[in-house]
Ligand binder design. Structure first.
Ligand code: GDP
Length: 426
């Protein structure tokens, strides 16, 4: 069985926790896009971890964890994350890195940082991990593949071509000292040697696993609304976080993905800039932010406070639609237990008309949320594993949302820990 676990919203939906849960019965876990620019929080018997590049299957000894060709691989970030995990007593995970994955270099981070500074008030809220300049290079065909790190002459040739234009930008736009292809070649060739033990044709491995009918999990980063084509452009990421791209970014045939598990929170949260119709402000926001997630709603990568708001059925239905969700997992349901009444955004008002579709950004910026209120359950449900034992109002909330977003909710997370999960029949 091949399943994709992907975000239905703005990201940070709790995909890491679910991947860790579902990896128990998986043979392979594959990252297919993005880089070290987001974090997946995992809490299990080994402790609390924020993974950025390592696949969330690393805590299961039987799992082969792969970095697919669609990923932006920062070798230093990868190696230091691995060292961090090993230093906490985790057994060395089984790993593979695609020889076709491209390398996120120091200068991508530098260019990302300089550009955000230049933009000032017009900045995108980038995590400054170099993601946009990385993908710009990839599609301009000036990127460096992992396999090219291992051939020093080829690496030097590629880097010389790559820094030529960047140095003009650095000197004349950013007033920064130029890059040296020689120094970069030395540094990245040495890093390539350190990565070498894991470098492989991971697509070949995946095709073999497919033929052997193994269980494969494809782990998405961020969420549907950050997709460059179907999201809130330009407040998006630079690679596609959609299940449709998972086949490409991992290296599998599209028909092989039979389950698409979209993940949503029981409320909304977003980090970084973007349009967020049901966003809360003031005291109400502070209360929800404080109670959300495992230790409040603060970005796993940046520590920035996340924007929070009520569940948005319009945005989530759109997220499920563009993900092609075959089922939905809802996390952080326990967080809402303090509320007397829970508003849900069921429609938008756009220029006086009620709409239930998710419009393109210029229209979305003008919508007002239309709320329906559901009675709260005012009972602590943290850790509940039996759906039938959840309070009636809680089940009503879940079932009403299920209808609104037109997707079966099959998994409900009632706490951040691996064991705090309810399974429901589809
Ligand atoms: P990801 O990037 O989609 O994996 O999401 P993040 O890890 O960035 O954010 C999800 C946050 O919610 C983290 O703080 C998790 O520990 C936390 N979390 C996940 N599921 C639950 C849940 O059911 N209840 C609570 N209270 N926290 C959860």
């Amino acid at each position: 069985m091949i399943r994709a676990i992907v975000g239905a919203n703005w990201g940070d939906e709790g995909k890491g926790k679910l991947t860790d849960v579902l990896a128990e019965h998986s043979d392979l876990v594959v990252r297919f896009q993005g880089g070290a620019n987001a974090g997946h929080t995992i809490i299990n018997q080994f402790g609390k971890f924020a993974l950025h590049l390592l696949p969330s299957g690393i805590f299961h000894s039987q799992v082969l964890n792969l970095i697919g060709p669609g990923v932006a691989l920062d070798p230093e970030a990868f190696l230091s994350e691995l060292e961090g995990v090993l230093s906490r007593g985790i057994a060395h995970p089984r790993l593979g890195i695609s020889d076709r994955a491209q390398v996120l270099m120091d200068f991508h981070i530098l260019l990302d940082t300089l550009e955000e500074e230049r933009l000032g008030g017009r900045k995108f809220g980038s995590t400054k991990s170099g993601i946009a300049p990385f993908y710009a290079d990839k599609y301009a065909k000036t990127g460096i593949q992992v396999c090219q790190l291992l051939d020093k002459d080829l690496l030097h040739e590629r880097l010389t071509a790559s820094v030529e234009k960047k140095n003009v930008l650095l000197e004349h736009l950013y007033h920064h000292e130029p890059l040296s292809a020689d120094a970069l070649t030395e540094k990245y060739h040495a890093l390539g040697q350190r990565l070498k033990p894991w470098v492989a044709d991971t697509s070949l491995l995946l095709h073999e696993a497919l033929r052997a009918k193994q269980n494969i999990l494809l782990e998405g980063q961020l969420g549907a609304l950050r997709d460059p084509d179907h999201g809130i452009y330009p407040y998006v990421t630079s690679s596609s976080p959609l299940a449709g791209y998972a086949a490409v970014g991992a290296g599998l045939p599209p028909w092989a993905i039979t389950e698409v598990i979209a993940v949503t929170k029981a409320y909304s949260s977003s980090v970084g800039r973007g349009v967020f119709p049901s966003q809360l402000h003031g005291e109400e926001a502070e209360e929800l932010r404080k109670r959300g997630g495992d230790a409040g709603e603060y970005g796993a990568k940046t520590g920035r406070p996340r924007d929070v708001g009520w569940f948005d059925a319009v945005a989530t239905r759109h997220g499920c639609l563009v993900q092609g969700a075959t089922q939905l997992a809802m996390t952080n349901l326990d967080v809402l237990s303090y509320l007397d009444e829970i508003p849900v955004c069921v429609a938008y008002e756009l220029d006086g008309a009620r709409i239930t579709h998710f419009p393109a950004t210029p229209h979305l910026e003008r919508v007002k949320p239309v709320y329906e209120r559901f009675p709260g359950w005012k009972t602590d449900i943290r850790g509940e594993t039996d759906y039938k034992k959840l309070p009636e109002n809680c089940r009503k909330y879940v079932e009403a949302i299920e209808k609104m977003v037109d997707t079966s909710i099959t998994l409900l997370s009632t706490g951040p820990h691996r064991d705090e999960i309810c399974r429901r029949e589809a």
